[in-house]
Design a protein. Structure first.
Length: 243
């Protein structure tokens, strides 16, 4: 009987490898009783960071960032002429595209942008646009492409930092570099630079204050370029933790 040599000879049924991953009951909690998180950090500690620029030879500018298991690469192209007449502007234009690689998360991502990725693209643009000297390249646009190679939390914050470094590597004039930072509110505690487990742990939390905050900060100007929040956080609590 002839066989189809182009068909992958795999089993008829398949199961996620996560189903066979051993679970540790001690890691179901976000932190221990002495205030130490699962990865050994205190609430205010950041993960170690590695940044390198000029990693994509075909791009005008590029950058790569690692925050432990979160790994992101960014490419910048342009300034290039605006093709469509309806998008013409005397000021320069900035476009951002945020995308998870199909293998970056615990489940397979799609090739097309989903709603979360489109939302992050808008937030990334809002964080970077105030820092770029758009009047320096009139009638042109700069395209920023961010791809998450591995996601272990704080992907948007790391993308803001990575894209800002890529803009500097491309020689695009900016008022200041934008640094991204994320915080997770959990049981009236603020966890800086949360991991992916910490980000999604309290989605069904019954605590009064629970959620996450991501900001884009320009250190030289001492200004916030963008801020976004998710969850339920009282204004009084937010003022208290920001002092």
């Amino acid at each position: 009987m002839p066989t189809d040599t182009r068909r992958i000879g795999g089993p008829e049924e398949s199961f996620s490898p996560l189903a066979y991953t051993p679970t540790d009951s001690t890691k179901t909690l976000m932190m221990s009783s002495n205030g130490i998180r699962n990865d050994g950090r205190k609430c205010e500690d950041l993960r170690k960071m590695f940044i390198k620029t000029g990693v994509v030879s075909q791009a005008r500018g590029s950058a790569y960032i690692e925050q432990r298991e979160t790994k992101i690469i960014c490419s910048v192209y342009g300034p290039r002429e605006v093709v469509r007449k309806e998008e013409f502007s005397m000021k320069g234009q900035l476009t951002c595209e945020f995308k998870y690689a199909t293998f970056s998360c615990s489940y397979r991502r799609q090739h097309q942008q989903d709603s979360e990725e489109k939302d992050f693209s808008v937030q990334l643009l809002e964080a970077l646009e105030p820092a770029v000297c758009l009047h320096k390249f009139p009638k042109a646009q700069v395209n920023i492409f961010v791809e998450v190679l591995q996601n272990d939390g704080s992907a948007l914050a790391a993308s803001i930092t990575c894209a800002s470094m890529a803009l500097a590597d491309a020689g695009i004039e900016v008022y200041d570099l934008v640094i991204g930072c994320s915080m997770k509110i959990h049981e009236d505690k603020v966890l800086t630079d949360p991991t992916v487990n910490e980000e999604y742990d309290s989605q069904n939390s019954k605590e009064l204050n629970h959620g996450s905050i991501t900001i884009g900060f320009m250190p030289s100007l001492n200004q916030i370029s963008a801020i976004t929040s998710k969850g339920e956080i009282q204004i009084d609590f937010l003022k208290r933790v920001s002092i």
